[in-house]
Write a protein that binds this ligand. Structure first.
Ligand code: NAD
Length: 418
């Protein structure tokens, strides 16, 4: 994996490629490819041994023309300001791609959560929520989970905010536990949208799903659910990996058993349903029909892109391809379903969660899944129409054209104040 590529530059390049297809002034593009606000923090937290830990943290609010800023919070030692800015921009275009009424934001804390106790992580999350309190709220900025955060962190965040505000406002964050105002179907939503776009692409290209081979890099929330649901379509997940390496079985992995093994041991490695242990590089270049990168940014760089063996890539992760890799894959006629559509199930069901919170009314899981399917398939169809009508070279540019048009229209109609 290359860590050299700056994800913020990837984002700007993607927006500019879409802008080239539209009649857009440079000043508008400047405005729509830079964040409105980035908060830099150094959080001081008391550690269990009585010393003070200081943690670098960020929250970027990229664009709010279409609604409140929306986006996850990542806990990872590799978090940087540039990464958070890029992720917040991708949220703007993702929300516009699936047409949910949000802008984009993102947050991150530079921390390796595995090195800290639950009590320390709770104090860290509460310190972060305290600093963000003036900027967030169900009408302002609505955080959600991302890498290494989940329901637990969202519950702590919501509790801190509500305590300080002296109110109940479950819609201040999404991705909460059901008992704290979460939505049914939220945990599975990202993987579900990955499955839906793969299904739609197979239909569009008239490919046979039965026994199509699939490799999944990253076996966390997004990757493991995507693997299970694609497997349920009749495809064969032959390889999966996590940060410690991958497993392979040419006859197909039992995805649920692999997940149970990872939950029990902390890694896929050692899974007895595999015939071979493989490296992440081997997985990414494997000769399969579908590759699902579901780990972190820049997983596939130019060198790896030359060797990718898949016909279709569904980006479950945000920004898993460097811009150079994207170009090479386009030249090699490998279809890439972009992150801003493929993993948009997470934010779409976050939107449903927020709607339910505001109405104080819970939907059934069936309703959530049906509505999600409608949003994702409509967005997929709009991407295919733009791809055909505009004769653009990639599905990514087609999806960005659809999204950028929506953001531009909202920005123009809102104007500049004062
Ligand atoms: P997660 O923490 O649940 O899982 C991440 C997985 O990636 C883990 O299995 C980890 O071991 C693996 N991983 C990390 N580094 C790796 C490496 N170098 N090689 C192979 N595997 C590696 O995180 P997640 O929520 O599943 O998020 C994964 C990606 O999906 C991120 O890019 C995130 O931004 C994106 N995403 C997640 C959601 C969501 O709702 N969870 C929504 C949209 C996008």
């Amino acid at each position: 994996m290359s860590n050299e590529a700056n994800p913020f530059e990837s984002l700007q390049q993607q927006v500019q490629q879409a802008a080239a297809e539209l009649d857009v002034d440079d000043d508008v593009i400047d405005r729509l490819s830079n964040p409105e606000r980035v908060l830099d923090l150094n959080l001081s937290v008391e550690l269990d041994d009585g010393t003070i830990g200081v943690f670098e943290a960020y929250r970027a609010q990229f664009n709010g023309d279409r609604g409140p800023y929306k986006g996850g919070i990542r806990y990872h030692p590799g978090v940087t300001r540039a990464e958070v800015k890029a992720l917040s921009g991708w949220m703007v275009y993702k929300c516009a791609a699936v047409n949910v009424p949000y802008g984009g934001g993102k947050g991150g804390i530079k921390v390796d959560p595995s090195a800290y106790s639950d009590a320390e992580l709770e104090r860290l999350t509460r310190a972060y929520a305290k600093e963000l309190r003036p900027l967030v709220g169900e009408n302002r900025d609505i955080p959600a989970p991302d890498v290494n955060t989940g329901q637990r962190e969202m519950n702590w965040f919501k509790d801190t905010y509500e305590t300080l505000e002296g109110t109940t406002e479950p819609g201040v964050v999404t991705g909460k536990a059901i008992e704290s105002g979460g939505s049914r179907g939220r945990v599975e939503a990202t993987g579900r949208s990955v499955m839906l776009v793969v299904r739609e692409a197979f239909e569009e290209f008239d490919w046979e799903m039965e026994d199509a081979t699939v490799a999944v890099q990253g076996f966390g929330n997004a990757g493991s659910v995507a693997a299970r649901l694609i497997d349920e379509l009749g495809a064969n997940v032959v390889a999966a990996s996590d940060s410690r390496g991958g497993v392979y079985n040419p006859d197909g992995l039992d995805v649920s058993a692999a997940k149970a093994h990872k939950t029990e041991t902390g890694a896929l490695s050692g899974f007895d349903g595999a015939t071979e242990e493989i490296s992440n590089e081997e997985l990414l270049t494997m000769d399969v029909d579908v590759l699902v990168p579901a780990a972190l940014e820049n997983a596939i760089d130019a060198t790896l892109a030359e060797d990718v063996g898949a016909e279709l890539i569904a980006e479950a992760a945000n920004g898993p391809l460097t811009p150079e890799a994207d170009e090479i894959l386009a030249e090699r006629d490998i279809y890439v379903i972009p992150d801003i559509l493929a993993n948009a199930g997470g934010v779409t069901v976050s939107y449903f969660e927020w709607v339910q919170n505001r109405q104080r009314f819970s939907w059934t899981e069936q309703r959530v899944n049906d509505e999600l399917e409608r949003y994702i398939t409509e967005a997929f169809d709009s991407m295919i129409s733009a791809y055909e009508d505009r004769d653009v070279t990639t599905l990514r540019t087609a999806m960005y054209v659809v999204a950028l048009k929506r953001v531009m229209r909202a920005a123009e109609e809102g104007g500049i104040w004062p």
